[in-house]
Design a protein around this ligand. Structure first.
Ligand code: HEM
Length: 531
């Protein structure tokens, strides 16, 4: 990749401002004194007519916006993505059509649970969100640094996040996995088990954002120009390798440099050591949808790479720091439903909920319906429609009409025939029921697979992670329940964890529930089944 500026860089030129001019108000009136408010006499009261003081203070009073409801703390950078080869046989996405297409990107890495001011090196999942500014519109791959998720259905997300965030009565603890509400939820909701194994492992304390893998998590769909679908899972692989901190290091760094990961990314880019990731895909033909012993629509499962190898398809480099943290990193708005022709969803119930949630929260977080016009969010593809007005409208639409069809001219022209987004014509049938598929019922075998893949020293760290975090939980019954779940993953693991946290080790080996209902699934099928 050469180091030429991207189309997105050129577009941003028009909004960059340097404060080289003399001081003015927002209306452009020059100001001669910004240290003294206008008053009646040298020691008298301040006058209401001091428009400069009022504007300055009012603007300051309104500087804060809500932080993200999750993933509040993050760091971002611009860069580029270039495919190794054309994938037109699989997808109509132009940005994957061949090595001659380079696409600008903005990436935001984040922690999940902590607030905007929390420390970087906490034990947590990391967000890995990529916005591709493609010629066909923006495509967002909103992933994490772990390939699975805690829950299977987005309707559980508010419950999960309420359990993982600081507890409501005292807002303790910040950005830690060590508290009763999280472990209470986890013990009662065994579908979290696989992800909790990742969270207690060293994957949850990455050394650097530059040494972190990323995963789209869900199964998505590539759709070719002819309408043929192929299931796809996305993987980002850091070319520097995947490296973690050890827990003791992570804790010390939290005190010494809470900006450790953020600073590392910024400084590497300033030094010209641009981090790179390879994008890989696992592809599954539509006819093989049911060829696995898990459900492709279940976000608590990986597709083992032994069964479907990862095919590298391109490379991303991050080579420019943002000019302004708030304007760019804070105001960037990722959304799983920002897709381009050639990429579609599946019926994964977690993904379906996300497709609702991101836009909904951004309407609040970014102050209304025009946040796509914020420079970092603007596509490089042209925008033309009959959406009008709203808070902070920046476009000056011309003409008499803003509806379709119209015979008076102006407004937005008719929808196009070519290059349009076409949804994959998946056949769906079924009654309206509130149940979870039995094919989502096995919560332990992949957790066992994960445990079996670890080296001895990685198991040591995992056990230490469970002991440290679960050991902070004050309710013994909650600890015991989690240990009982771990017994279904591996008897020795649960015994070692139990031993370190003062609860009874399980006497007999657990039974991994291949294809059988867990309590949570049965609950969904019976208690709520008729709602
Ligand atoms: C934010 C990933 C599940 C709702 C984020 C961000 C990432 C992410 C990376 C930060 C985006 C940024 O940098 O601005 C994921 C992954 C998930 C997942 C990989 C599961 C596979 C969910 C679910 C929901 C949800 C199930 C809701 C039903 C949100 C919300 C935000 C967010 C509301 C804040 C967005 C904003 O304020 O801009 N998620 N998430 N996420 N996520 Fe998720």
């Amino acid at each position: 990749m050469d180091d030429a500026r991207t189309e997105k860089d050129r577009r941003l030129d028009s909004v960059r401002t340097d404060s080289a001019q003399p001081l003015t108000t927002e209306t452009g009136v020059r100001v001669g004194d910004t240290d003294n408010s206008l008053r009646a006499g040298a020691r008298g009261p301040t006058l209401l007519e001091d428009f400069h003081a009022r504007e300055k203070i009012t603007h300051f009073d309104h500087e804060r916006i809500p932080e993200r409801v999750v993933h509040a703390r993050g760091a971002g950078a611009y860069g580029r993505f270039q495919p190794y080869e054309g994938l037109s046989d699989l997808t109509a996405a132009h940005f994957l059509s061949g090595p001659d297409v380079t696409t600008p990107v903005f990436v935001r890495f984040s922690t999940v649970a902590g607030s905007r001011g929390s420390a970087d090196t906490v034990r947590d999942v990391r967000g890995f969100a990529v916005k591709f500014y493609t010629e066909q519109g923006n495509y967002d791959l909103v992933g994490n640094n772990m390939p699975v998720f805690f829950i299977q259905d987005g309707i559980k997300f508010p419950d999960f996040v309420h359990a993982v965030k600081p507890e409501p009565h005292n807002e303790i603890p910040q950005a830690q996995s060590a508290h009763d509400t999280l472990w209470d939820f986890v013990g009662l909701q065994p579908e979290t088990t696989h992800m909790m194994m990742w969270l207690m492992s060293d994957r949850a304390i990455p050394r650097s954002y530059r040494t972190m893998q990323g995963f789209g998590v869900h199964t998505f769909r590539f759709v070719s120009a002819e309408g043929r679908g192929t299931f796809v899972k996305f993987h980002w692989k850091p070319l520097l390798g995947t490296h973690s901190l050890v827990w003791d290091e992570a804790q010390r760094i939290q005190g010494k440099d809470p900006d450790f990961n953020r600073r590392d990314l910024w400084e590497a880019i300033e030094r010209g050591q641009y981090p790179e990731w390879e994008l890989g895909v696992q592809l599954v033909a539509e006819e093989d949808e049911h060829a696995f012993d898990f459900d492709l629509l279940d976000a608590t499962k990986i597709i083992p790479e032994e069964e479907v190898p990862v095919r590298p398809i391109g490379k991303m480099v991050l080579d420019r720091n943002p000019d302004n943290f708030f304007a760019e990193t804070e105001q960037v708005a990722f959304h799983t439903a920002n897709v381009v022709p050639g990429i579609d969803f599946t019926n994964d119930p977690l993904l379906q909920a996300r497709n609702f949630s991101y836009l909904d929260t951004q309407l609040l977080r970014l102050g209304g319906s025009n946040f796509q016009q914020i420079p970092v969010n603007r596509p490089v593809a042209p925008v033309s429609n009959n959406q009008r007005d709203g808070f902070a409208q920046h476009r000056v639409h011309r003409g008499q009409t803003s509806y379709y069809p119209n015979s008076l001219g102006g407004g937005c022209p008719a929808p196009a025939d070519e290059g349009v987004y076409r949804h994959y014509a998946e056949k769906v049938e079924g009654g309206k029921i509130r149940v979870r598929s039995e094919s989502f019922a096995d919560h332990y075998s992949q957790a066992t697979l994960f445990y079996n893949s670890l080296a001895d020293w990685e198991r040591e760290h995992l056990v230490a992670g469970f002991r440290f975090e679960l050991g902070k939980c004050e309710e013994l019954a909650v600890r015991q329940r989690v240990v009982a779940n771990l017994n279904h993953v591996d008897h020795e693991l649960s015994a070692r964890v139990a031993e370190g946290i003062g609860v009874e080790p399980p006497e007999t080996e657990g039974t991994p529930n291949h294809g059988r209902s867990s309590p949570a699934v049965s609950m969904a099928n019976t208690a709520f089944g008729s709602l």
